[in-house]
Design a binder for this molecule. Structure first.
Ligand SMILES: O=P(O)(O)OC[C@H]1O[C@H](O[C@H]2O[C@H](CO)[C@@H](O)[C@H](O)[C@H]2O)[C@H](O)[C@@H](O)[C@@H]1O
Length: 387
């Protein structure tokens, strides 16, 4: 425990990582390079890096923890809106996607395992209370942040699934890489006034925005075909994320990678309106529409009535390729904090970094504390509304 804290301290202070860090990482396969089935397609630009490489990379992507005071100084008088990715950001990457619970520390393999057992036996509803007890800290931090800032989770998962993991009502959820957004019931505004599909949810309350709705029947078909095609490849698995589909190969033997990729591609040949992207040991199939996490971020700002505010600072924390679209949007806006979560150097549009979900937890807790201590004189409407 002491060694781990020392390693984290060193990292947070921008010192070289201690080699003992590697030993306490929970998932042994996380230390291996993330690779696509075909090695000509690296899943991410992550490399197994030397500590020295990481330190020099951090010169351009400083820790959001060590930079925190400066960031908040610059944020004075501005409105922060928080956007969070889910997997790899609020939850550590684990072998089984159904067991990616929000954890309070990266190194909780035993707890994660216990939770997994529970998950197999219980429905989501029954599970929720027990998991909340096991993993209170990250959830509490997100809840606290959302008390002070508009907060949204933008995930590749289906909206229902990510909501099932997070179980908070005071935040907005965008699933399917932003193609399924539950936004607040405010008038929708965009620069061209041209958003596609807006409707009320079943309760008639919040606005649901689903720009890829017409692709649903095709997605169902693709998902079924993929299930059948990959059935015989041990470890391969299809996850239907409603407006997109993931094919996981984290647990597939390397010698089967090529076969899996071929099978996926041969199905996609019949669906020219769909494209294939690579995530962390996952192939992501989605409609080729111009809509990504970056668009979702802008959409949410618009529906929050903050789209045209010049004093809005979006904070976006994410770990994967699809999060880069949101980083780009923030860069283009010229204001805000794009923060990448990574334990090795990578090409990114993010300006700041956090090492892993446990650092995300620290950052979020600090952010909430910062606002709590400085907002006693501010009303919530001041925090939310455009002047
Ligand atoms: O946008 P995100 O919320 O980061 O979703 C991206 C994908 O995340 C999940 O897969 C990743 O996490 C799994 C659990 O830790 C891991 O087993 C897998 O290898 C990772 O790729 C999710 O299961 C996918 O459907 C999402 O597309």
């Amino acid at each position: 425990m002491f060694k781990r804290n020392l390693a984290k301290f060193n990292h947070a202070m921008g010192f070289q990582r201690s080699s003992c860090w590697q030993k306490v990482r929970p998932d042994s396969d996380l230390s291996t390079k993330e690779r696509a089935p075909n090695s000509s397609h690296p899943v991410t630009n992550e490399t197994v890096s030397e500590d020295a490489n990481y330190s020099s990379w951090m010169v351009d992507h400083p820790s959001a923890l060590t930079s925190f005071d400066q960031m908040m100084k610059d944020a004075k008088g501005k409105k922060i809106v928080v956007f969070l990715d889910y997997d790899g950001t609020l939850s550590p990457i684990v072998n089984n996607p159904d067991r990616a619970f929000m954890s309070d520390e990266v190194s909780t393999p035993v707890h994660a395992c216990e939770c997994g057992e529970l998950f197999d036996r219980l429905s989501h509803a029954k599970l929720s209370t027990r998991v909340s007890k096991l993993y209170p800290r990250m959830r509490a931090a997100v809840k606290e942040v959302a008390k002070y800032f508009p907060t949204a989770i933008i995930s590749g998962r289906s909206r229902d699934k990510v909501k099932g993991f997070v179980q908070l009502n005071n935040i907005y959820y965008a699933g399917s890489h932003g193609m399924d957004i539950m936004a607040p019931p405010r008038p929708v505004r965009s620069s061209d006034g041209n958003y596609l599909t807006v409707s009320l949810d079943r309760k008639g309350n919040d606005v649901v925005f689903q720009p890829a709705q017409k692709f649903l029947p095709a997605i169902q078909k693709i998902s079924k075909e993929l299930e059948e095609a990959i059935m015989k490849i041990p470890g391969a698995r299809v996850e239907n994320n409603r407006f997109c589909v993931s094919v996981h190969f984290r647990q597939v033997r390397e010698e089967d990678y090529g076969t899996l990729e071929e099978k996926v591609k041969s199905i996609l040949k019949h669906y020219p309106d769909f494209r294939l992207d690579w995530g962390k040991k996952v192939m992501e199939i989605r409609p080729s529409i111009e809509w990504d996490k970056g668009n979702a971020l802008e959409y949410l700002l618009d529906t929050l009535g903050l789209g045209n505010c010049t004093d809005v600072l979006p904070v976006y924390i994410g770990d994967d390729r699809t999060d880069e679209d949101a980083f780009k949007v923030i860069q283009k806006r010229g204001q805000g904090y794009p923060i990448v979560v990574t334990s090795s150097p990578k090409d990114t549009k993010a300006s700041y970094s956090l090492y892993d979900p446990s650092e995300v937890l620290t950052f979020l807790s600090r952010l909430a504390r910062w606002r709590k201590s400085s907002s006693s004189s501010r009303s919530l409407s001041q925090v939310w509304d455009c002047e």
